[in-house]
Design a protein around this ligand. Structure first.
Ligand code: SAM
Length: 219
């Protein structure tokens, strides 16, 4: 059984291995502090607890997963969260990514399409004291227009194309971090909305996420 500290080392090691693709030797200290502070074992089912600090995705029920810690840390770093930011996450899952974001920003809105997971994550986040996170059951393709615009948006399920409503709900110069692709392998992308509403896309790394389901699903 790995310790939390070993997981942090494994994340740093994988950052080193992938430095050519991700364009950095290390992740932000603030992000790593947040990963250090959030107890991942609280976000996995009992039978997965022995593996909670493995640098690997784990099943959380309803056919879904909690993402690999390295990918969670990398996507958080790529979002470049600031203390005053209002962030939207699509794909709450266990609530782990939302908990990490909540330590870095002012407010996190997170959307989960599976009601059972949304309810569990909401109860878990409340029990653990993450008071600046709001969970909604909905199809995240459409974002959360009532709370927009956002300082950043993270999608933690693979979209076949960039969801237009999410671009609309970004502030100018804000980033959307998402796995993009229709198959089982996708590309992690950082999409930046420019002042003129055009977008800039940076390709980061090959990844493998569960698909975005709902009206705009590719599978
Ligand atoms: N961020 C999560 C965590 O920290 O545990 C892991 C996310 S898991 C890889 C992807 C999640 O996206 C699943 O819980 C899935 O149900 C959800 N999802 C898939 N399609 C969605 C959609 N259209 N809207 C909202 N959530 C969606």
């Amino acid at each position: 059984m790995k310790s939390h500290r070993e997981m942090l080392r494994d994340i740093q090691r994988e950052v080193g291995i992938t430095r050519r693709w991700i364009g950095k030797e290390s992740l932000s200290g603030r992000v790593m502090e947040a990963v250090k502070a959030v107890p991942r074992h609280e976000f996995v089912p009992d039978e997965q607890r022995p593996y909670a600090y493995d640098n690997a995705p784990l099943v959380i029920g309803c056919g879904q997963t909690i993402s690999q810690p390295y990918i969670v840390a990398l996507m958080t770093d790529l979002l470049d969260p600031k203390p005053e930011d209002i962030i939207l996450e699509v794909g709450t899952g266990s609530g782990y990514q939302a908990a990490i974001l909540s330590r870095l920003v002012k407010k996190v809105y997170t959307i989960e399409v599976i009601e059972e997971l949304a309810q569990q994550a909401e109860a878990r986040l409340e029990r653990l004291g993450y008071t600046n996170v709001e969970v909604q059951t909905a199809d995240g393709y459409f974002g959360w227009p009532e709370q927009a615009p956002f300082d950043g948006i993270m999608v933690t399920a693979a979209a076949p194309s960039i969801p237009e409503p999410l671009i609309e709900q970004l502030k100018p110069e804000a980033r959307l971090v998402l796995p993009l692709g229709a198959g089982f392998q996708q590309e992690l992308r950082v999409v930046t909305k420019k002042e003129n509403n055009e977008i800039d896309t940076q390709r980061v790394l090959g990844v493998s996420f569960v698909p975005l389901t709902g009206e705009h699903s590719s599978r």
